[in-house]
Design a protein around this ligand. Structure first.
Ligand SMILES: NC(=O)c1ccc[n+]([C@@H]2O[C@H](COP(=O)([O-])OP(=O)(O)OC[C@H]3O[C@@H](n4cnc5c(N)ncnc54)[C@H](O)[C@@H]3O)[C@@H](O)[C@H]2O)c1
Ligand SMILES: N[C@@H](CCO)C(=O)O
Ligand code: NA
Length: 440
């Protein structure tokens, strides 16, 4: 059988990784796919930089339209990132009857519904394993391996850059800016690293996960997104003293509020008990914890970023498409796990309605009665306390930190209580609130 022909757009970290792995393992991959996978054309910005990577035989162009319009290309691999051009190119490729592989989570989180509908109409596949947790086959696991289950929740460390930053800050006491620079040099960070730091990249991935886990459309605009830029080193230390690690988690889970089913979809720094496996995922590594009714908890761990780990996922998609290209479209795995006409409209819940536990840090004047005031306000709001830590004021200081861990309550309750706490005379400035998940 003749090799399947690939057109690659973008030869950066992931593009070059894909080229290298395909070349290195081509014989093994051919034996698995049933036919060869050949990169026939690559669209790049700089021909000079690309030639040494692709070698003499591959056609190099600077116009990506030549790739998506080429009659002999079967699969277009989009690895340029961003939204507008990538959306245009992917839709053109689909309309030209080509299958698409993309690592672009931003594109799918924002335009996935449109892209999957177009692909469905044309009978082509859009594969995106690399878009979520890079090399970890989490899309495969959720869409296929766990297909018997009702999925209850997914919680993951799904941004390598921020996990690397949090780990290095905690372990080595390095400052934020130094570690971010290292993450950029190592090829983990997005072109715009604020996407990593502010939780946007993780929210793109969580949005895609929510859709596949629960059979709902992709709805990035409904996700709650908080990053690590305002996280203070002192809270990482206090959390550790209380037996917790702070991780940036992407969380999506089923919830019932006032008898109505909803879906939580949120990204924020989260305290996790230090003894949990996922709390010990360090550096740029990713991990995704899935709770499902039949299988129970399963944990997926590996490299979520970097050229070759991400290429591993891109090429797995190429092999899948190669195997399924001639199959009846009805028999292929649905893009979002559920058949397109079986998606539901369960609403994403507003943050006020979500339920979790909390870490509170309140900076107080060290005076009699302040602890009693804090506990009374929490008791009035029916919020029970799990642990309290009061720090001794430093030498010559009259103010100190009180740290409280709460049991589960709704976000609107804790916010109302914090409002009252901040009005106390003894309380200085704003309270720090960090969500806490036991992830048992
Ligand atoms: N780097 C990772 O670890 C990683 C992991 C998973 C997913 N991703 C995703 O993979 C995609 C690519 O990421 P990357 O890290 O390789 O980025 P990158 O910046 O290293 O590479 C992108 C390349 O595309 C080229 N490019 C941009 N516009 C182009 C155009 N119109 N025509 C031709 N070339 C063009 C750029 O010159 C650059 O070489 C992004 O969507 C990213 O979110 C990256
Ligand atoms: N910037 C992303 C790349 C992988 O999607 C990360 O740090 O995880
Ligand atoms: Na993946």
């Amino acid at each position: 059988m003749k090799p399947i022909k690939i057109g690659l757009i973008g030869l950066g970290v992931v593009g070059a990784g894909t080229f290298n792995v395909l070349k290195r393992n081509q014989e093994e991959i051919r034996r698995r796919a049933g036919r060869g996978i050949e990169i026939a054309m690559v669209a790049v910005r700089s021909l000079e930089r690309a030639r040494p990577i692709v070698g003499a035989d591959c056609e190099l162009v600077t116009d990506p339209d030549l790739v998506v319009n080429h009659p002999d290309i079967d699969i277009v691999v989009e690895l340029i990132g961003g939204n507008d051009t990538a959306r245009d190119l992917v839709l053109k490729a689909i309309n030209n009857g080509k299958h698409v592989v993309t690592a672009n989570k931003a594109l799918l989180a924002l335009h996935g519904n449109e892209i999957f509908a177009a692909a469905q109409a044309k009978g082509v596949m859009v594969a995106f394993e690399a878009a979520v947790a890079g090399g970890i086959p989490i899309i495969k696991a959720l869409r296929e391996g766990l297909t018997a289950n009702r999925i209850e929740s997914v919680a993951g460390i799904i941004n390598g850059t921020t996990n690397f930053i949090l780990s290095e800050m905690r372990d080595k006491g390095l400052d934020f800016a130094t570690v971010l620079k290292q993450a950029q040099e190592l090829g983990y960070a997005e072109a715009d690293p604020t996407f990593d730091i502010e939780g946007v990249d993780a929210a793109h991935k969580a949005t895609i996960i929510a859709s596949i886990a629960f059979g709902i459309p992709v709805q990035f605009d409904k996700a709650h997104v908080e990053g690590i830029s305002t996280l203070q080193a002192i809270d990482i230390r206090y959390a550790e003293q209380l037996g917790y690690r702070i991780k940036l988690l992407g969380i999506t889970k089923r919830a019932v509020v006032d008898g109505v089913e909803g879906i939580e979809l949120r990204v924020h720094p989260t305290l996790i008990p230090a003894k949990r496996l996922i709390a010990n995922v360090e550096g740029a590594m990713n991990a995704v914890l899935v709770q499902a009714d039949a299988v129970g908890a399963t944990l997926y761990y590996g490299k979520g970023a970097g050229g070759e780990p991400t290429a591993s996922a891109v090429i797995a998609d190429l092999v899948d498409i190669t195997r399924l290209a001639t199959a009846d479209p009805e028999c292929r795995v649905p893009h979002l796990a559920f058949q397109p006409n079986q998606m539901t409209n369960v609403a994403i819940l507003p943050m006020a309605e979500i339920t979790t536990s909390y870490y509170l840090r309140v900076y107080v004047k060290d005076q009699l009665g302040v602890m009693a005031d804090l506990t009374r306000i929490l008791a009035d709001a029916s919020i029970s306390i799990d642990a309290v830590m009061q720090k001794e004021p430093g030498e010559g200081e009259t103010r100190t930190d009180i740290i409280i861990l709460t049991h589960q309550t709704q976000e609107k309750n804790i916010d109302a209580a914090i409002g009252r706490i901040e009005q106390l005379d003894a309380v200085v400035g704003k309270a720090v609130k960090i969500r806490l998940e036991n992830l048992s």
